[in-house]
Write a protein that binds this ligand. Structure first.
Ligand SMILES: [Zn+2]
Length: 295
């Protein structure tokens, strides 16, 4: 009985708290259970309630806690920020884009222009409809490198002669478009590729020597965006790049024929600038990040 009453009182007290006047008085009634009376007046009605000391103590405690909650300073929700400490060094970033030009190359050039960032394009012959982008990239101060015309592994790595024939095709194309001959190259698959083994054993070992004899400089990379692997979103590209930036120099591998990879570029640039990295286009005297040859 006492327990049921206690619950009822508390519910009515909490419900009426906002618009009721509550008076507690010492009880005259003799009772083992109830020592205090509370008169609660709502409008013209006054309710008489018997309260035990425990009930009063519980209500006082509740009022006190409620007051504290109301007075406590409201905390702003905290954003979770990952701590990033940039590496120490010259912090040069060479953004490089392979396999273009493609439908997203112009959009990429817009982004680079917006942030005044120069990059490097290792181009293929691609489709004729996108070749204007090679001209635009060159005119806007980016470096045009050669990546072979066909990018067809079976064709380019069939023999040393086949490789140079294919390279000459894209070299001539770039010269016709820009008026300048490029002596900077990147091997499809990189110099460390093993896919060439199935077409010609030892061809990479021969080619890296021969391109040097012919006055070319070849570039690999030391930061991979992973955009040619099993990722398909800009956020993963962004994370792969920004987490791997080096203190001295970073040659970043991306593909401008991958739309999601182009999507990541603006965020990468913002990140780089925020943490003191400098973006540059490769030239013939830049670091080359050569890989170990595997064929
Ligand atoms: Zn490629």
């Amino acid at each position: 009985m006492a327990v049921a009453f206690f619950v009822m009182v508390n519910i009515s007290f909490m419900a009426m708290r906002e618009n009721a006047i509550s008076i507690k008085a010492k009880a005259n009634e003799s009772s083992d259970d109830f020592q205090d009376i509370r008169y609660t007046t709502v409008g013209n009605d006054t309710e008489k309630e018997y309260l035990s000391e425990e009930q009063i103590a519980a209500e006082d405690k509740w009022i006190e806690e409620e007051k504290k909650r109301e007075e406590a300073p409201k905390e702003e929700p905290k954003e979770v920020v990952e701590i990033y400490t940039p590496p120490v060094g010259a912090k040069i970033v060479y953004l490089t884009f392979d396999d273009g030009p493609g439908p997203d190359t112009n959009r990429l050039l817009d982004t680079l222009k917006k942030y005044d960032v120069k990059a490097t394009f290792f181009v293929t012959c691609g489709r004729a409809q996108y070749r204007d982008a090679i001209k635009r990239a060159y005119d806007e101060g980016h470096t045009i490198g050669l990546h072979t015309c066909s990018h067809d592994y079976g064709r380019i790595y069939a023999s040393d002669e086949a490789y140079f024939n294919d390279l000459n095709e894209v070299s001539n194309l770039v010269r016709d478009i820009t008026g300048k001959e490029s002596k900077m190259i990147r091997f499809p698959g990189g110099s460390s590729n093993t896919v060439s083994k199935q077409y010609s054993a030892g061809i990479m070992s021969r080619l890296v020597a021969e391109v040097g004899n012919r006055g070319y400089v070849y570039f690999d990379w030391n930061v991979s965006s992973g955009d040619a692997g099993n990722i398909y979103d800009a956020n993963s590209v962004y994370n792969n790049i920004t987490r791997s930036l080096k203190g001295d120099y970073s040659i970043v591998l991306q593909h401008d024929i991958k739309s999601f990879s182009v999507d990541a570029v603006e965020s990468v640039i913002k990140f780089g600038k925020q943490y003191g990295f400098t973006f540059k286009a490769l030239d013939e005297s830049s670091p080359t990040a050569h890989h170990r040859i595997n064929n």
